[in-house]
Write a protein that binds this ligand. Sequence first.
Ligand code: SRM
Ligand code: SF4
Length: 405
Amino acid sequence: EKNTPLLDELEKGQWPSFVTEIKRAAVKSEAAGELLQVLERSYVERRGHWKHGGIVGVRGYGGGVIGRYVDEPQTYPNVAEFHTIRLLQPSGWFYNTQTLRTVCDIWEKHGSGLTNMHGSTGDIILLGCKTEEIQPTFDEFSEAGFDLGGSGSCLRTPNCCVGPGRCEHACYDTLEACYNVTNEFMDELHRPMWPYKSKIKFSGCANDCTSSIARSDCSVIGTWRDTIRIDQDAIKAYVSEGFDIQEMVCDKCPTRCLTFNAETQELSVVGEDCTRCMHCINMMPKAVQPGKEKGATILIGGKSTIVQSAFMSWVIVPFMKLEAEDDFAEFKDLMRRIWEWWDEFGKSRERIGETIYRLGMTKFLKAIEVPPVPQMVFRPRANPYVFWNQDDLDKSGTALDGTKL
Ligand code: SRM
Ligand code: SF4
């Protein structure tokens, strides 16, 4: 066992440590052992030792494997090639233990044994594969019922919230939608052909547990078309427990569409003013539920920071039903029209949101044959990750970290 004093420090905090996990893997895997050495050295020298790129992959596919090489292969022969393989995850990350064992067994046989379950797009990530082992790894996973995930300028692995699998808020079956749409677009997923990547995420309601609005080019967010349902007996039960409905719910409703009558202890809503934000439902799940006519809002353009800064996606279809195969067909048609326009006009490394930003929403809507409606947002909000609280500001208008505002 080699000395890794800096990595050892990382095991001392209160959270489970990736260092501990890599050390456990190193008992069986020489690659994992060498990975610890490379990492320790990077902390000492304060520089990385990984090179990125190179064409590696499996027959018939263009993406799914990302090339990684260490910059001193003679010193670290076991991680000289340390490629990453992405596998499509099951919707909602539901596995039985037998499936998990299969994943681990195949991966220990062919690779470093290290995984990242799950990567932040959603895939099963297998870390550290030699070039010669990529095809045999894929073949065996393929036999076991798995397929490669997305990487490069293609559709990335679609992802969904746990939805009706465990959550009463779900306004459509996110698991089915994700599975159905992923299967339809296998070609787009496996063969990079676009200006850059494109992501779809499915959230069952406006709580948006996949953070689709900030992390996907197309966000599919559950909603309802009619009015929230209120159970007045359950409202009274909340009151009797000492819950302050006026302060905690009505005063925090963004459109002030709720009224609580303290005398009758009844809650009422002006349906057309409600923006379906989920606040009242989150606060009183036993008393308030979504309406009955459920579906999803389709939003476009979310992404991270490069080219034009971070965008949050914005509404293009306020309501679409997502139940029957016909509904899914409508969604898939829409996606095809969107990608066709972007493929024609998008510049290299430009996400769809950035192409719309550059050329204008009018041109985009015309091309995808979606009529303008008032629910559409004028333009995306930028910087979804940066929030300033009053406490963070001092009187001179400088943030505590020194940034001039
Ligand atoms: Fe990412 C680039 C890893 C999820 C936005 N991302 C990269 C590169 C290629 C950067 C690099 O050279 O190191 C990484 C390659 C990794 C490798 O060698 O395997 C990389 N991104 C990852 C993963 C593996 C991190 C993780 O461990 O979870 C995630 C994919 C795992 C998976 O498939 O499950 C991963 N990347 C994301 C997400 C989150 C998401 O998908 O929900 C984002 C924000 C959403 C988005 O796409 O905008 C994201 N990655 C980026 C971007 C910025 C794109 C943009 O248009 O602004 C880049 C490009 C860059 O930084 O130059 C990038
Ligand atoms: Fe439940 Fe909504 Fe979160 Fe999905 S996004 S898990 S439906 S709260």
